[in-house]
Design a protein around this ligand. Sequence first.
Ligand code: PLP
Length: 386
Amino acid sequence: MDKVIYADNAATTKMSKAAADALRPYLDGAFGNASSVHSIGRDAKRALESARVKAARAIGAAPDEIYFTSGGTESDNWAIKGTAELLRDRGKHIITTSVEHSAVKNTVGYLEGKGYEATYLCVDEFGRISLDEMRSAMHSDTILISVMTANNEIGTIMPIAKISAAARERGILLHTDAVQAVGHIPLDVKALGCDMLSMSGHKFGAPVGVGALYIRKGLSLPALIHGGGQEHGGRSGTENIAGICALADSLEDVVSNLPQNYLKVTAMRDRLIAGIMNIPHTRLTGDPDNRLPGIASFVFDGVDGDALVRVLDELGICASSGSACSTGSRDPSHVLTAIGLPDGFLHGSLRLSINENNTDGEIDYILETLPAVIKSLREKSPLWKS
Ligand code: PLP
């Protein structure tokens, strides 16, 4: 294989043709501030509103329920801090899970430092929460539930529609971080019943630095970023028209191709899982049945995940390991810890995240390469006892 195989699409994706086509006019001279009254400004405004219609349609929302942001992290911060501020006189309790992305986890942690109380729901070995446990955690002070639609490390899909039904009965708002799910599984905000949903363009072919927050009509979330009052006063700052158009066109494209891509990607993922599970002392992480189509994630007993990712890189395979967090710590990730792995497996994680750009030939190469790499790493490893 002389070309590099990119199997790290949960980290970021290559720009899609739809996104590149949407960006091109802005590289070739198109520009404009959507707040300017002249014709160039009005063109920018038209492009912005057309992007809003497309992004809304892709998730079953109305255009005025879509607010463009700089990405998933900002959307998560806005939803959680905005709700905390909006409802601070009603209560100070937030329910979330022990497997959220740091954009949610650390935002809730920040609020705990400001006097809010948080419950982190435990997950089972597959990364699933218990609805009964969630119901028992709700009390009169609970203002928000924030549960991710699908996990970025192990791919487990959460039962958002069921969570929203329980939240609604108690008048509690529901935010879902759908950064890994949008464009990869069918999603409709009305069917999910969430009040807020975060998405990020670079997880579905748009550039890094643009995202959106869906806010259900009728919910008036205080602004996180103050300034000139753009985005209906919700999110100030001159709009990133080029990025927003790329997000909307890429999203429209992935959603329209979702049925066939879902089948193609799921089939490749299942081949990866079936093949890799033949390697001795290997466990699949995440829900075996209800998981994102593109995430095949494993732990290998007695293997150092960081070393594994480095060797795979030398062999032309880009993947990632959940064993090191973004700050470079060598502690196992909070997600791997939460699913209760035995010690020997905790440092040996591998996430292969694929999408429609991957090919069967690439899957063959990964399956041919990985067993020997694991064997040789184990032979050299002080962690390996067998
Ligand atoms: N939430 C989840 C589940 C993610 O996987 C990520 C990024 O990996 C984020 C939030 C943050 O998104 P962004 O990189 O757009 O800030």
